[in-house]
Design a protein around this ligand. Structure first.
Ligand code: AMP
Length: 307
């Protein structure tokens, strides 16, 4: 089933202990759609300014992403500036310039209105609502957000969460959204806000999934070199949603596989700046890392202590 995503397309300026990059291609929808494009057909809804170069459009088109919903308007593209400390665990936002997103009115092309799966990537929750209003009858909806919106637009965020099946946020955001410091309690609080499935991303510690019936934990891939974590959450979400959107309904076991695909995509993403690593992956690379995840977490059951 085709997957519709709304989110940011951005210029990111990022500094890590290992280097820095200025105005590189980024944005939640960019990382998401590139990652998901390995699994399914993706349609993108976003806005860029007149400063957005053709080479970036060609990169996204090269991944087979449908860009009919990407508006190009007079003005400057969204910009985000962030920095990571030595532990690379959490981005410190230094600057956010909404630019063309400030006046953006999403218009969903007719050919997108029948999309069965929708992902509301990190963006103003009012824009997430606008997009969802224009999709006729989605089977299920995924969503991401961040502290910027939890603080600044809580009421709008709570409104959209009532319409969301699967929420993917990081541990800090889960605590902030729920007001609970314990993640199990946070998950219960967030289920009550609407999403029946909650995936909590924990950076280098992996991800936790709560669906009301079971809890699943996936590690992050132990990489020797992590270059830039920017976009890890979005490429994780792209792998999860891309794999799940191959199915009308999905079981607990498919959800677990999806989380491993998400972890595979995030692990490749952090190996370089911007989209450098995930723009050219092969199916073999994806499958081989999936298998390594299986080995990483495999252990035998025991019947007694002295077995
Ligand atoms: P993550 O996957 O969490 O590392 O997300 C990083 C991406 O989020 C960057 O490429 C940024 O351009 C984008 N971003 C940062 N702040 C915002 C915001 N307030 N709204 C939308 N996108 C954002």
């Amino acid at each position: 089933m085709s997957l519709l995503v709304v989110g940011s397309v951005a210029f990111d300026s990022v500094k890590t202990p290992f280097g820095e990059v200025a105005e590189a291609l980024g944005g939640s929808a960019t990382f998401f759609s590139t990652s998901a494009s390995y699994f399914t057909k993706v349609s993108l809804v976003a806005v860029v300014g007149s400063d957005f170069p053709e080479k970036h459009i060609l990169l996204l088109k090269g991944r087979g992403i449908d860009l009919k919903g990407l508006q190009k308007v007079e003005g400057k593209t969204f910009r985000w500036k962030g920095e990571y400390g030595f532990a690379l665990n959490e981005a410190k936002t230094l600057d956010t310039q909404l630019n063309v997103f400030q006046t953006f009115k999403p218009e969903i092309p007719d050919s997108y209105r029948d999309s069965k799966v929708v992902f509301l990537a990190n963006i103003d929750p009012d824009l997430q609502s606008d997009v969802l209003d224009q999709v006729k009858n989605p089977l299920w909806v995924g969503c991401d957000t961040m502290n910027y919106w939890i603080e600044g637009k809580r009421a709008s965020l709570l409104k959209i969460l009532k319409r969301v099946d699967l929420l993917m946020i990081n541990d800090g955001e889960a605590r902030q959204l729920s007001g609970e410091s314990n993640l199990v309690a946070a998950a219960a609080g967030i289920h009550a806000m609407g999403p029946r499935i909650l995936i909590i991303k924990r950076g280098e510690y992996g991800a936790l999934m709560f669906n009301g019936k079971s809890v699943f934990a996936a590690p992050a891939f132990p990489l020797e070199k992590i270059f830039d974590p920017t976009g890890a959450g979005d490429s994780f979400a792209g792998g999860v949603m891309g794999y799940l959107s191959r199915h009308e309904k999905f079981s607990d076991s498919q959800l677990r596989k999806a989380i491993i695909y998400g972890s595979v995509m995030a692990s490749y993403n952090v190996e370089s700046f911007s989209l450098d690593r995930i723009k050219n992956l092969t199916e073999d690379e994806i499958i081989s890392r999936y298998r390594k995840f299986k080995e990483l977490t495999h252990f035998e059951a025991m019947e007694a202590l002295d077995e």
